[in-house]
Design a protein around this ligand. Sequence first.
Ligand code: XMP
Length: 539
Amino acid sequence: MILWNSYEKQEEDTLEKEKIIVLDFGGQYNQLVARRVRECNVYCEIYSYRTDIEKIKEMNPKGIILTGGPNSCYEADSPTYSKELFELGIPVLGLCYGAQLMQHVLGGKVEKAPVREYGKTETFIDGAKDTLFAGVEDSTVVWMSHFDYISKPAPGFDIIAHTVDCPVAAAANEEKKLYAIQFHPEVLHTVRGKEILFNFVRNICQTEGSWRMDSFVENAIAEVREKVGDGKVLLALSGGVDSSVLAALLAKAIGKQLTCVFVDHGLLRKNEGDEVEGVFGKGGAFDINFVRVNAQERYYAKLKGVTEPEAKRKLIGEEFIRVFEEEAKKIGAVDFLAQGTIYPDVVESGLGGESAVIKSHHNVGGLPDYVDFKEIIEPLRNLFKDEVRKAGLELGLPEYLVYRQPFPGPGLGIRIIGEVTAEKVRIVQDADYIYREEVDKAAAEYKKEHGVEAPWMPNQYFAALTNMRSVGVMGDERTYDYAVAVRAVRTIDFMTAEAAEIPFEVLQTVMSRVINEVRGVNRVFYDLTSKPPGTIEFE
Ligand code: XMP
């Protein structure tokens, strides 16, 4: 076995030298594959299977991973790749569809399996015990999900694993460093999945493994400096995690050459505008040009009488561009417009790999061209959310900012059902603040007591204002006030979600605090709806 640490240290830029490429064939776990590679401290990027072979050669990766996908590789119009990919002398690991495709292209046989395997499956290791399967027991549990199978490996390949129903659970041509595995090592249910990927990435691909988040930050700073030179950069800072991390990164890289425009549209969470100004404004941690535009009144005027959710979204988005454009005009021409695009945005907007789901609200691709700039820069484009957070901490941003939960661009505008008014914004801000405070407090207590995170800890939780008013009684008085809805969901990908089981006593405390402390509210509802059929937000 080749030991990674027996290799001479590479002096040059290891980020460039040590790239693994994931070719995306449309599988559902593709982001996970990339992430597992980075957990081996090797930099990794995902490209569509349509990527030209010449581009791959140019990138000179240390290894290539072919992902799973929903098709059958023997059908005429299924995603495929030319045989040349396997003749570059670069190690290739095919996973599920990628494994079948490798075998198919190189002359093996893939057909519909008599028995479809799905879920945890016992697998018997028959070979590659010093290479791909080093450290894996002879019998191990893996995650399977396939309806086709490799019935005969390609010439030059040996069977290195099988299951009861699958004669070729893995095959290898060790000489050429080509590996095909039917199961998914990237999924945690594959007990030795991490080891198998580590063996490929570090040992078989002979990488040094020196990629770290601090290397990312250092490299990104150096790259930005080189690209920007003495040019001017403009950034629309929303106060969310991505644009804040980007602002911090650019601040470190180019200081006063950066201007951040922060538009307070009056639809932010309580105190958020001041918090953003505290970090990035005068007297804050960074020496940049920071412009806060207090556009609250302007937004409320625009939103007057608008009740339809999409109309609100559109209006808030357009108004943002208009405000931003006015500020940009004052600043004058800039060389670069920076955007906090991160990897999931690229994928969700259909610009990245194949597993694309289009979401219109992601602002990838730039602002309209009435801002005078020459080029867009997106230094966070290849990072996952948790990596962006790590980079943020590395750059010295406060934890409360780095761990902020997702917050939609149109802000509280879509958490107020019906017309938005300053009064309603006040109500929802105050109720939301109390709700988050109580949930955070209960979660911290649980963690302190049990040493682990609460099983009900939501991934997103907020208050919204329904458009419903009802009769109540407070003291001796009849009230006719609004109902606040509180929502908390547990989700992995935000595509599906379930209501979190927030303890009843926490909800009761929230209810009484909101009704007592927030004027204009006399009822509190807890939203139990999953997604689907609901969405996470209310509008
Ligand atoms: P939904 O409501 O679609 O939310 O289930 C999924 C995730 O997306 C966020 N979201 C938005 N983000 N502009 C945004 O920037 C929007 O219009 C928008 N709508 C929903 C939502 O907060 C959740 O995290």
